[in-house]
Design a protein around this ligand. Structure first.
Ligand code: CP
Length: 318
């Protein structure tokens, strides 16, 4: 049983900053929240009167919707700011935006931004809790936590398990959050991809690097296939999509050489036929939609832990 009663900070900005006990507390709380969500009426009054805003400077289907669902499970109010029709379009900066949102009585701001560190900047400037919903190439902590939750769901504690993270490591905040969290919990991680998509120095995070997927696949417990992020690539990182897919894409033939109980993961959205074939994405080894379902439980747990009181973390003075 976890002895920690709350999260230390008012914010959730990354798995790099969380202690092992805090990660375990979130995962244990998410387990309880999954039971609440499975009830015929999935609603508890815990955050009645609290107000959450989602402020997404980049598109999202899964993260934003699951934060909305999580807030509603806990009876909180939610406002989704549409960036394109907000005053951001008139040039308002991030600090002014979050300060203005806060004085309307908001308790929590969930931010996604293309700039690494944007949620950290916001968090320093408001008393409200800030949750990082993805910042540039830096972190996507709630995705990392839902991935770890799903792994534990499937195979028990991740300590000693071999996890492959495959593809566009360089542009992936999902990879970084997975690495920070999984390393703390004792998993063995190998990042796999073309040399152009493996950032220099990543081995300092305690991961093994490989350029050969077929060699790594045979003893892996989990394979997390990352999306090729064309929108973040300023130049071509591989000769062609076909070549990338041939060397690093997960198809049924390649998967047939893996362990019989391998678990196939993908954070979504999927580029079908690029990093993963439809046959594998919809096949028996994948847990991709379970990851999405678990995302609601994990985000419900985080909102609960940050906003329901009894948390030892102090908010900065105004
Ligand atoms: N995995 C993920 O972050 O998906 P969205 O971009 O749809 O939120």
């Amino acid at each position: 049983m976890n002895k920690v009663k709350g999260l230390k900070s008012k914010d959730l900005l990354g798995l790099k900053d969380l202690e092992i006990e805090e990660i375990n507390l979130i995962l244990e709380t998410a387990r309880s929240m999954k039971e609440v969500i499975a009830r015929p009426i999935p609603k508890v009054p815990t955050l009645l009167g609290k107000h959450i805003v989602t402020l997404f400077y980049e598109p999202s289907t899964r993260t934003r919707t699951s934060f909305n669902t999580a807030a509603k499970v806990l009876s909180a109010n939610v406002t989704n700011v549409a960036i394109s029709s907000s005053s951001v379009a008139k040039g308002e900066n991030l600090i002014d935006t979050v300060k203005n949102l806060e004085v309307m009585g908001l308790d929590c701001i969930v931010i996604r931004h293309s700039m690494g560190g944007a949620p950290h900047l916001a968090a320093k400037n408001v008393r409200a809790s800030v949750i990082n919903a993805g910042d540039g190439f830096n972190e996507h902590p709630t995705q990392g936590l839902l991935d770890i939750f799903t792994m534990i769901d499937k195979k028990g504690p991740v300590k000693g398990k071999k996890v492959l993270i495959v593809g566009d490591i360089a542009h992936s905040r999902v990879a970084r959050s997975n690495i920070w969290g999984l390393k703390k919990l004792g998993a063995e991680i190998t990042v796999v991809g073309p040399p152009t998509l493996i950032p220099k120095g990543i081995e300092a995070m305690g991961v093994k690097i490989s350029y050969k997927l077929d060699e790594e696949l045979k003893d892996a417990d989990f394979i997390n296939m990352l999306r090729i992020q064309k929108e973040r690539m300023e130049k071509s990182f591989f000769p062609s999509i076909e070549e990338y897919s041939q060397l690093y894409g997960l198809n049924a033939e390649r998967l047939s050489r893996a362990k019989k109980d391998i678990v196939v993961m993908h954070p979504g959205p999927i580029n079908r036929g690029v990093e993963i074939s439809s046959e594998v994405a919809d096949g028996p080894f994948n847990v991709i939609l379970e990851q999405v379902t678990n995302g609601v439980a994990v985000r419900t747990a985080i909102l609960f832990l940050l906003l329901s009181g009894g948390r030892p973390g102090k908010r900065p003075a105004k």
